[in-house]
Each structure stands twice: as structure tokens, then as C-alpha cells.
Design a protein around this ligand. Sequence first.
Ligand code: A3D
Length: 311
Amino acid sequence: MARKKIALIGGGQIGGILALLVAQKELGDVVMVDIPEKEGVAKGKTLDITEGTPLMGVDCNLSGTSNYADIAGADVAIITAGVPRKPGMSREDLLDVNLKIMTNVAENIKKYAPNAFCIITTNPLDAMVYSFKKITGFPKNQVVGMAGVLDTGRFKSFVAMELGVSAEDITATVLGGHGPTMVPLPRLATVGGVPLMELMPQEKIDAIVDRTRKAGTEIVGLLGNGSAFFSPAISSVEMAESYIKDKKRVLPCAAYLEGEYGINGYYIGVPAVIGSGGVEKVLEIELTDEEKDMLNNSLEAVKKAVADTKL
Ligand code: A3D
């Protein structure tokens, strides 16, 4: 079986970690694309990792480029091209600048890799995935946004820290847009099969939900320059792996809804099955009235950002 070709669009903080993880997991060969001014960085990072492949005992060809033609025939594209937040900025503050970048990226992927499964990471996430789908005209199963895997990773980590148990045994899901209006669902979270609600008082759970909503901003504040990049890369690779290996994992991600949850024509976070067919299915959850209100509130924030794209 020929190796998969994985296009990493953006060779910045997340892009570099993505390349390392793809190589370590031997998911396929890597082509990292950045703008001409950063071509050296893309070449340098991929060469650096290449020189580590014999030490890791993995086979992976990695290259860096600023020529989009080099992604021709890619099976997967993970898009991180765009500007990250600085302290004091909201994700929506990035919309104008990242929309221009996303337009360029979408046109090039449409031209050179029209069959790639596309995982978008650029913020503001839900509006950027929407724009990418609109510009490429790709079917909804082929375009997905990474956010929920990371948001639940954060939630699970905080629960594990609080209970002193392995984060691996915690299951959780999150709905809604990627931002302060996201809707973590502690009602459905479990710790080794035991409902979280039975293990923790409500005020502790509320504090964890609040920290999860603000977790990206917490990291932006600590780093001082740029946003989280290790865990976003890990999250995107989890999604890519499920597609490449047809694992059919159930992962919370920004999927295009056509009636599910009563939402039509928007990308928003929901649990979805990712397999060789891309986003194969959206799972619907019976929500309480309070959860429905929170999801609708989150949808309003997504709608506003989408309206600002004027697409
Ligand atoms: P950064 O380190 O700045 O890397 C972005 C890279 O994109 C830079 O090297 C740019 O030169 C490059 N780039 C710009 N335009 C193009 C183009 N047209 N084609 C190819 N490459 C281009 O940022 P980062 O890696 O830290 O973050 C990337 C994006 O991910 C930002 O928009 C962040 O806000 C976003 N992000 C999202 C999450 C989510 O959970 C959704 C988490 C963390 C970061």
C-alpha cells in the first residue's frame, strides 16, 4: 500500500509539532507549506525532523515548500495557516486577517488536492471552517474543524488533576462553538464508567467547566506571545489518524449541520464519527432545556462570526 501524503498548510508552532507527530506515528509522508518568506522555516523544520527519523526508527519523507503544487494528490490536509492570538485578543479579532489567508489556502487546496480530507485549525475556528467549505465547495464530509477534541482534552485533564486519577479513563464531550460559549456536558462525563456527577460536588464541576471555556486564553496569557500548540497538534493528528486508519472514532469536532440539533447550514461542535468516509455521521444527544439554551447561545456567537465573513 502506498504511503499516504499529508499536507500541512502552515509551518508555524502547530505545524512543526504536527510534522513530528505524523512522522512518529508513521501516518504518511509530510509536505509542509508556508508562505515564500517562511519557506526556509518549513524546509528547516522538516529537515530537522527527517534527521531524527532514523533515531525514532520510523520511515517518513518530509519536505518543506512554498509552492502549493507540491501538495498535489494529498490524502489529508491539516490547515493551521493563520495568525494566532496575543494576550487581550479574542479569536474573533483574527477574523479579517485569517479570512484572507483561508481564502488563499482554500483556493490552492481546491486546485491541487481536491480529494484531501481537510482538518481546519485556524481561528476563529467555526467561521474559518465555514469559509473553507464555502470557497472550496467541497462536500461536508470532507471538511471538518478541530476544536472539540482539544476542548475535551482540557476538560479531562482538569478532572484528572482534581480527582488524582488517570485522564485516560475519563470520557467527556463538548458541544458548540470554539470559544467562551462552548458547552461542555459534565452530565455525560464518566470516570472509568462512573458518572462524574457522582464523584465531584457541583461547584467543583462548575469551576472545571469555567476553566475549560477559558483554557485557550489561560495558555495565551502564560506564553505571552502566541497560543497553545502542542495539544492542538495532538488533537488534529487524532482526527487525521481516525480518517487514515478508518478507526471510526467518535470525536467532538466542528461538523457541518443540516438539521441535526435543529441547526442548519453552520459548522459547530458536535460528536462525529471520523472514518475513511471523512465525517461519516453526527451523533445527536438528547439535551436538557438548559443545555439547549447554552447551545443556542453558542450558535448565535458562531452565526455572528460567519456573518462577518460576508460569504
Ligand atoms: P503560527 O505559529 O503563527 O503559524 C501559522 C503559520 O501559517 C505561519 O508560519 C504563517 O507564515 C503561515 N501562513 C500564513 N499564511 C499562509 C498561507 N497562505 N499558506 C501557508 N501558510 C501560511 O500560528 P500557530 O501554529 O500557533 O496557530 C495557527 C492557527 O491555529 C492560529 O489561527 C491559531 O489561532 C489557531 N489555533 C486554533 C486552536 C483551536 O483549538 C481551534 C488552538 C490553537 C491555535
